[in-house]
Design a protein around this ligand. Structure first.
Ligand code: DGY
Length: 422
């Protein structure tokens, strides 16, 4: 049942308007290429009215997968001077041009969903091809991004997390040397209000990390071992665990016994390893530095993906729910990307407070599955109210509900169609 047919129509219009032929830009102007996890969520939106187009979105993305298994975070299908850093800055030498880093591994979870909507036939050729692409990508994470061997995910650029500017990265970023960065021109602040975007000194660090990767010839081993930024991200660790569970369902359907065995072992390792991220004082799972082993101690929306990943003892879950209760006391709209009490909190600035519906969606799915339907319903209702109040923005203030970042955002439209507007 639709909650608001006019908004359904508008959401479809946004997806169709942002479609560049087989792939969708996140928003016009600010993000003019194909982004990895954006495309995954966008496929869920297309699946509500054009199933073929939903599969195509993901197929276009994985057509740019690297031989080592990495699915890049941006695919530059065409040039656009309105974005920095563009394909020449990344210099990966790939066709089509891509960035040299990855993004949250949510693809297998979404492929499973599309396949189930089709009737879950193991002979489905589109599922089979994407199953293999996801397996190769998960193996890439296991090979290059698990330096501690505990089944968690280390990121080598904050852009990989998708939560670009979260204060979880501040301490690690502060150690990045920016003396050789040189001059460049940012483009993002030409599209949206600078007070909603990362600050200049932060951007310099993002560019310095990129330059390290480029200087290594995008050697993923060198980057993982010696890169200037090495964080174990709570969000991607939870997302990969969830994605491994979903990939296992596909492997079993296909009778891929050896791969299924491999995935079961990875799942067990991650379930056990996740406790390394538990921060007793914060009463939550928090990102942790892979070099210094320092915990960020910050409760972000990603901390609540524990339910989505299906981890935590009864006591840990109860403490996470207490944190959710506390946060709901200060936020008019759940789920803020950072707690209002945190020193870096800013209800309008990129990933330091605003609500992002894709994270809310994953958190709500997990809460529902793990026996907290009332919290799942609250997050879903707040998400719908944000769109009803402000439209299809990239993100929203958890205090006022005002939209922030780019307008007419593809994944926000997709979340309306596939989740909170239903
Ligand atoms: C940006 O340019 O801000 C993007 O989020 C990087 O992925």
């Amino acid at each position: 049942m639709s909650r608001n047919p006019k908004l359904d129509a508008r959401a479809r219009e946004i997806l169709i308007g942002n479609d560049r032929g087989g792939y969708t830009v996140p928003t016009h102007g600010l993000y003019p290429f194909q982004w990895n996890w954006d495309s995954a969520f966008v496929a869920l939106g297309f699946a509500t009215f054009d199933h073929d187009r939903a599969w195509a979105e993901i197929e276009t993305l994985v057509s740019a997968q690297w031989e080592d298994g990495m699915i890049p975070h941006i695919v530059f299908h065409q040039d656009d001077e309105g974005y920095f850093p563009g394909p020449r800055v990344w210099g990966t030498g790939r066709t089509p041009p891509t960035s040299g880093i990855t993004q949250p591994p949510v693809l297998a979870t979404i492929v499973r969903k599309l396949w189930e909507v089709e009737g879950a036939d193991p002979a489905c050729p589109r599922m089979q091809r994407l199953y293999r692409a996801c397996l190769a990508s998960h193996r890439w994470f296991h090979t290059y991004r698990d330096p501690l061997g505990n089944g968690l995910v280390m990121v080598t650029h904050n852009w990989e997390t998708g939560r670009d500017n979260s204060s979880e990265w501040d301490d690690a970023l502060a150690r990045v040397d920016t003396s050789g960065v040189g001059s460049y021109q940012r483009r993002d602040t030409g599209h949206v209000d600078a007070t909603m975007r990362p600050r200049q000194e932060e951007y310099d660090r993002y560019v310095a990390i990129l330059q390290f990767g480029r200087a290594s010839g995008w050697n993923h081993r060198t980057i993982a071992d010696e890169g200037p930024f090495r964080m174990v991200d709570v969000g991607m660790s939870m997302e990969l665990l969830r994605a491994n569970r979903d990939l296992l369902v596909l492997a079993e359907a296909l009778g891929e016994t050896a791969a299924a065995q491999e995935l079961r072992a990875r799942i067990a390792l991650s379930e056990h390893g996740m406790d390394w991220l538990w921060n007793e004082e914060a009463s939550a799972y928090c990102s942790r530095d892979a070099t210094t082993h320092e915990s960020s101690g910050l409760v972000t929306n990603a901390s609540f993906l524990a339910f989505y990943a299906g981890v935590g003892s009864a006591e840990q879950r109860a403490r996470l729910i207490e944190a959710l209760e506390r946060i709901s006391g200060s936020a008019t709209y759940l789920l803020p990307s950072l707690e209002a009490e945190s020193r870096a909190y800013d209800h309008r600035r990129y990933w330091r407070g605003p609500v992002w519906l894709v994270v809310s969606y994953m958190a709500a799915i997990g809460l529902d599955e793990q026996g907290y339907p009332q919290w799942a319903a609250r997050i879903r209702e707040d998400s719908a109210r944000l769109i009803e109040k402000s439209g299809f923005y990239e993100s929203f203030s958890p205090e006022t509900g005002e939209g922030s970042g780019g307008p007419d955002f593809s994944w926000t439209a997709a979340m309306w169609l596939a989740w909170c507007g239903r």
